[in-house]
Design a protein around this ligand. Structure first.
Ligand SMILES: NC(=O)c1ccc[n+]([C@@H]2O[C@H](COP(=O)([O-])OP(=O)(O)OC[C@H]3O[C@@H](n4cnc5c(N)ncnc54)[C@H](OP(=O)(O)O)[C@@H]3O)[C@@H](O)[C@H]2O)c1
Length: 287
């Protein structure tokens, strides 16, 4: 029985990254669909749940991806609404790598350390990765704020986090380096999740900040999201801070993503979303 993965993407062109990791995680065949949303996913789900016998359904699974986190969440709800009794398959949710990337970053930041009571800021935290990272930092007990260029965008993101996870995250409008520097005053943990190739902070701004203890940058495309943080940094000490670069924690992200795909094919009723993926990351970090 072949392990079939159905990759449903909110973007017109389904992600090649998710496709490759799907195979590396153990799928025998992947059908990748673009432009999938809550309104049109129903018939695709029917095809996945009505085809194989109950004992064989674990060999069919669904992956939800794409850049639009809100559309992805709505699609996930629509998929789950189609399931009933034994007519269900396992699903992984990872729009734009949001869950796996955030899980890997926060698993490293919290590895062997307590984050409770710490102040954390996620720079450019309005995107998929930043929103999920804010949730996980808060789950670890940190007081979290996200920054972005426009208050209205940030407030939408914070409201979505509150609605989905019941977690309060503060919004700090900070469109310039100077304002982002002010946003990290008195902060202990800094995570940058800005768009690829966008620099959000100069090296001096973190190097001369006395409160910062740990810094991570998710951006793997040069130039760095935080100047002076090396791509391969993984617990590197510099200026009294501990640094993690995009590739430094990205290895865990990839390993977690592959492990999640493998788990999808172990049972037919697994849901791998933010908290489940984070638990998997925590069990793998540092191993
Ligand atoms: N290390 C890894 O393993 C890994 C894996 C996946 C993704 N990533 C990286 O993680 C980062 C976050 O991913 P994502 O999908 O959440 O990113 P995204 O949605 O593309 O961008 C995140 C935020 O960046 C801000 N932004 C965009 N252009 C900007 C500009 N010119 N100046 C300042 N801010 C700007 C936007 O916030 P506002 O509009 O609110 O300002 C946006 O919401 C990306 O760099 C991605 O490549 C890393």
């Amino acid at each position: 029985m072949k392990k079939l993965l159905y990759q449903f993407d909110t973007d017109a062109l389904p992600s090649v990254f998710d496709n490759v990791v799907g195979f590396d995680g153990g799928a025998d065949h992947i059908s990748a669909y673009g432009g999938v949303n809550a309104a049109n996913v129903g018939a695709l789900v029917d095809g996945a749940i009505f085809t194989r016998s109950p004992k064989d359904k674990k060999n069919t699974a669904i992956f939800v991806g794409g850049a639009n986190l809100r559309e992805g969440e709505a699609m996930l709800s629509a998929i789950r609404a189609k399931f009933f009794a034994k007519f269900r398959v396992s699903v992984m949710f990872d729009c734009n790598g949001s869950n796996t990337t955030a899980a890997a970053a926060v698993a490293w930041l919290s590895h062997g350390r307590a984050l409770s009571g710490k102040r954390a800021v996620v720079l450019a935290g309005s995107g998929p990765v930043g929103q999920r990272a804010a949730v996980l930092l808060a789950r670890e007990g940190a007081e979290v704020a996200i920054t972005g260029r426009k208050r209205v965008v940030l407030e939408k993101a914070c409201a979505a986090i509150k609605a989905r996870f019941g977690i309060k995250v503060d919004a700090i409008e900070a469109p310039t380096h100077r304002e982002r520097g002010a946003a990290i005053e008195g902060v202990h943990i800094l995570l940058a999740t800005g768009a690829a190739g966008v620099t959000l902070l100069d090296a001096k701004q973190w190097q001369e900040n006395p409160s910062l203890e740990m810094i991570a940058d998710a951006n793997a495309s040069p130039p760095a999201g935080i100047e002076g943080v090396g791509l391969a940094d993984r617990g590197t000490s510099s200026h009294g801070k501990i640094l993690f670069g995009a590739l430094g924690f990205g290895a865990l992200k990839l390993a977690v993503h592959r492990a999640c795909i493998a788990r999808l094919f172990e049972q037919n009723d697994l849901l791998l979303d933010t908290d489940e993926i984070y638990q998997i990351a925590k069990s793998m970090v540092g191993t």
